[in-house]
Design a protein around this ligand. Structure first.
Ligand code: 2HA
Ligand code: ZN
Length: 271
């Protein structure tokens, strides 16, 4: 079978089209990286296959070296992935020394991976150390999440609390809370390091005035986290000026007890 028809490429096509239709990924906004296992790649390619080398511009953590990533391309539009995956996506293998990536498939017009690849690889490394089953890092620009970040102080406890108090699903879906970064220059190793630092404790990281990162064992988990934040942020923003009822602390605590969740400390005060 051709890799273009593989389950992995299909998953990337479906999710980018879906995210585009949510209105989250205008123009070239958003990027996704999907870690594939050696055996999953070996089904389609000789393991040493390399079309060309691409410099990473930083040294990747040991845990992601020799690993394979299916990743969206820089300057490419989510809108177009489904029509032409081989141009808009690439499959790369991180080199043994962590300094470059070998292209195995895709980026057919000479392109390369997303400008946010440092943040992706560093986040993969951070999540893999917490959960060896993590496979996906997803970045996107959801409208209400960005609005909410603009309306709140840059404070992850306050952001988490505002989310948990707006939607009963929120504490259940992300009991560890959301990490928050201030507005920073994107596409740099600095924002990558800052994101990865937050990823040690959170599967979600808000980039103030920009968007959000989600991590998961599969595309559904990463997407599900982000769509829950976005739905909740929509509730928050649509009620902000006239809210009568927010979720009481005892209900949030009750939900956490019911589902046996370990809540981010310091967000809700246990009485
Ligand atoms: O790839 O979303 O953060 C475009 C972006 C940059
Ligand atoms: Zn972005």
């Amino acid at each position: 079978m051709n890799f273009s028809e593989s389950k992995y490429v299909k998953e990337m096509c479906e999710i980018t089209a879906n995210m585009y239709r949510q209105g989250w990924d205008e123009r070239n906004g958003g990027n996704i990286s999907y870690l594939l296992d050696r055996d999953q790649v070996r089904e389609f390619f000789p393991i040493e296959k390399q079309i060309r080398k691409i410099e990473l511009g930083f040294v990747a953590d040991e845990i992601v070296r020799n690993k394979f990533f299916l990743v969206t391309g820089t300057g490419k539009y989510f809108k177009n992935v489904e029509k032409d995956p081989e141009n808009n996506l690439g499959l790369v293998k991180i080199s043994k020394d962590g300094k470059e990536a070998g292209l195995i498939w895709g980026f057919k017009d000479g392109g390369k991976f997303t400008s946010e690849f440092p943040a992706h690889l560093m986040s993969h490394a951070a999540r893999l150390k917490v959960n060896p089953k993590n496979r996906v890092i997803m970045h996107t620009h959801p409208l209400y999440t960005i609005c909410m970040g603009a309306c709140l102080p840059v404070d992850e406890k306050e952001f988490t609390r505002a989310l948990w108090k707006s939607n009963t699903e929120a504490v259940v879906v992300f009991p560890e809370g959301i990490g928050v970064l201030p507005c920073m220059v994107c596409g740099t190793t600095e924002i990558g390091q800052a994101t990865a630092e937050k990823m040690k404790k959170h599967r979600l990281v808000s980039w103030t005035n920009h968007g959000i990162y989600g991590a998961g064992e599969d595309i559904d988990e990463a997407f599900g986290l982000i769509e829950t934040v976005e739905k909740t942020a929509q509730i928050y923003m649509l009620t902000i000026d006239h809210v009568e009822n927010v979720i009481p602390d005892n209900v949030i605590i009750g939900l956490a007890k019911l589902w046996n969740l370990k809540m981010m400390p310091g967000v809700i005060k246990e009485k």
